[in-house]
Design a protein. Structure first.
Lengths: 301, 317
């Protein structure tokens, strides 16, 4: 079964510093995945490895079943990529950027690009350096979409955008996903965005993958517990406590459940995605979580 | 990729075209002037030596040496400009402005991206330099009939070879340091060092210079079209003497530059049986030297481009 992205023990080292380490994860095709993690966690490194912009130091990465570094000419036409800070040639007009896309991509859809930019009222004759940040982000996204890719990889596409521009960007993205059933992998450090767009979540922290999971199962398997502090230890025996906030008598826990919580002394609440993400980001240890999907296979070791 | 290359470099192309057009205009004007003077003064008929020829040559050289040296300097700098402004930013600017993340993630491989850019930019630059070299060969032809080696650097096949080397150097420096301005700096320093070192240290000895023994009154080399590397004085046995040895044997010139002292010195030289010993490269080696030097710069360019291509395709990110 081909994965949209499959990393096995993937690592990237610069000198003695690891930018990404022991990264093993699978992203099934058809998902809209958010990649979250604090700055410097290795998000950009992972995405650049996936695009073949970087060579792995250890392990391997495959995108749509293809190694991007060895076989870039067959994988590049199939992925639309928007790099961090959305680089464009600043002296090019928007129209020039589209022509560039047309000249460099075999499946380029000029009509689609022009239509989307017209809908966004972005003037084709303006140089990209004179566009607003939101417009630049839109041009970059439209360029990635007009490649007619099977997968989109976006590196912090909405960072530094004002709320309206962010909303419009997400709208363009979600329209495209709805229309074409694209697989999307995008990194962000804004957790609020994830809920709206994603159905899959990858949490990267301290250069390692902490979570790579369906958001539904993530929500199903993580709960907030409120109960007497003296019985916290018994909870920790069965379940994994990710975060605790305790007063003198009462404990407020975020746990990963391992079976039902039977003790009636605990009040069980739904955990929000934000709670869960924050709990994992706060972890520095390698407590990892992954859900095996029926349609995925174990990585042969 | 051709369109992209054109779009990215059209400003450089425009500036290059303006510089080129200006140079061509100046070359045409001074060239026609030089040629008509050459013919109208009768210098052209000096193929068979006549008594007035020396004076005609002197006048001709005086009249045109200014424009020849100015144009020589301009034409010698031109390859360096190409290296600085076309070569150095080629990869460095993409890395610096992070647009490599855009252009290397379109559907073409970076090898193809780099290959197309190199072929187009180097190819077109070379064509321009070849055209220029053909023009300067015509332009300098009257001058070359008098002192041909003096225009060696700006005509023939070395001019395009210098340009190729400068471009390769700029590209390699940009790949290595990843920033345009330092890459431009490296290009200037390395280009000037190598170019001058080869011109002044290596070129005179591409082949061992020929020697010519003449009288002290009329030193060699045998023809004014030869390139004089060195002129010295030899004793009656043909051994070259140093200045201090000459001063010991014939001390008449010491601290005295008057005409009578010079005459006494000359008489001493004659009495000692001194001769003038000159070392020179004959004109028939001109094209051999051009070929050798062009080959050196061609090899240097390849030695710079090969690792640059490898770095861009495999290592740079």
């Amino acid at each position: 079964m081909i994965q949209a992205l499959e990393a096995t023990d993937l690592g990237k080292r610069y000198g003695k510093e690891w930018a990404l380490r022991d990264c093993t994860l699978k992203l099934p095709i058809g998902r809209v995945a958010g990649l979250v993690g604090p700055n410097g966690a290795g998000k950009t490194t992972l995405l650049h490895l996936a695009m073949g912009l970087l060579e792995p130091s250890t392990g391997s990465v495959q995108v749509l079943g293809i190694s991007p570094r060895q076989n870039s000419s067959s994988i590049l036409p199939r992925i639309g990529f928007v790099a961090q800070d959305r680089p464009l040639y600043r002296t090019f007009s928007v129209k020039d950027m589209l022509t560039l896309g047309q000249k460099l991509n075999p499946h380029w859809d000029m009509a689609l690009a022009q239509e989307r930019l017209a809908n966004l009222s972005i003037p084709l004759n303006r140089t990209t350096g004179k566009l607003s940040g939101g417009q630049q982000a839109q041009v970059a996204l439209v360029m990635a979409l007009a490649k007619r890719p099977e997968m989109l990889i976006l590196d912090e596409p909405i960072a530094n955008l004002d709320p309206l521009a962010r909303y419009e960007f997400q709208q363009t993205l979600m329209d495209a996903v709805a229309q074409d059933g694209l697989t999307v992998l995008f990194s962000s450090h804004l957790i609020a965005d994830l809920d709206r767009i994603c159905d899959y979540l990858i949490i990267l922290s301290a250069s390692r993958v902490q979570v790579a999971s369906d958001i539904d199962s993530l929500l199903r398997t993580h709960k907030r517990l409120i109960g007497p502090r003296e019985r916290q230890a018994s909870i920790a025996r069965t379940h994994t406590v990710l975060r605790e906030q305790s007063s003198e008598r009462q404990s407020n826990l975020l746990i990963r459940v391992n079976g039902p919580v039977l003790d009636p002394a605990w009040e069980v609440q739904e955990a929000s995605l934000e709670d869960i993400v924050l709990a994992y980001l706060a972890l520095q240890t390698g407590v990892t979580f992954s859900v095996q999907h029926k349609d995925t296979q174990e990585v042969p070791l | 990729m051709i369109w992209v290359t054109w779009r990215q470099h059209r400003l450089e192309a425009l500036i290059a075209a303006i510089i080129l057009a200006t140079l061509i205009l100046i070359l045409l004007i001074t060239g026609v002037d030089m040629l008509s003077t050459y013919q109208s003064t009768g210098l052209a008929s000096c193929v068979t030596p006549q008594p007035t020829c020396g004076e005609l040559e002197g006048n001709f050289i005086n009249q045109f040496s200014g424009s020849v040296s100015l144009l020589s300097i301009a034409l010698s700098c031109l390859p360096l400009l190409a290296g600085m402004f076309i070569g150095a930013p080629l990869v460095a600017r993409e890395l610096e402005q992070r647009t490599y993340r855009l252009v290397w993630t379109q559907s073409i491989t970076r090898v193809r991206w780099f290959g197309t850019k190199l072929i187009l930019l180097i190819g077109i630059s070379l064509l321009a330099f070849i055209a220029l070299a053909i023009l300067t060969s015509w332009w300098s032809s009257p001058w070359n009939a008098v002192i041909p080696w003096s225009t060696y650097d700006i005509r023939g096949i070395v001019l395009p070879a210098y340009a190729l080397f400068a471009l390769a150097l700029g590209v390699a420096a940009g790949v290595l340091v990843r920033k345009s301005v330092p890459a431009i700096g490296i290009t200037i320093v390395v280009f000037l060092l190598l170019r001058l070192a080869i011109a002044f240290l290596l070129r005179p000895y591409f082949l061992p210079p020929l020697s010519y023994t003449g009288s002290v009154d009329n030193p060699g080399p045998p023809s004014p079209t030869d390139w004089t590397i060195h002129v010295g004085t030899s004793d009656r046995y043909g051994h070259e003497l140093s200045d201090s040895q000459i001063g010991q044997i014939c001390p008449q010139l010491k601290g005295n530059g008057s005409a009578s002292a010079f005459l006494a010195f000359r008489n001493c030289e004659h009495a000692q049986g001194f001769h003038s010993l000159s070392f020179y490269q004959p004109i028939d080696r001109f094209w051999l030297f051009q070929s050798l030097e062009a080959a050196i710069f061609l090899l240097l360019a390849i030695a710079l481009l090969a690792p640059a291509i490898w770095l861009v395709s495999k290592k740079i990110t």
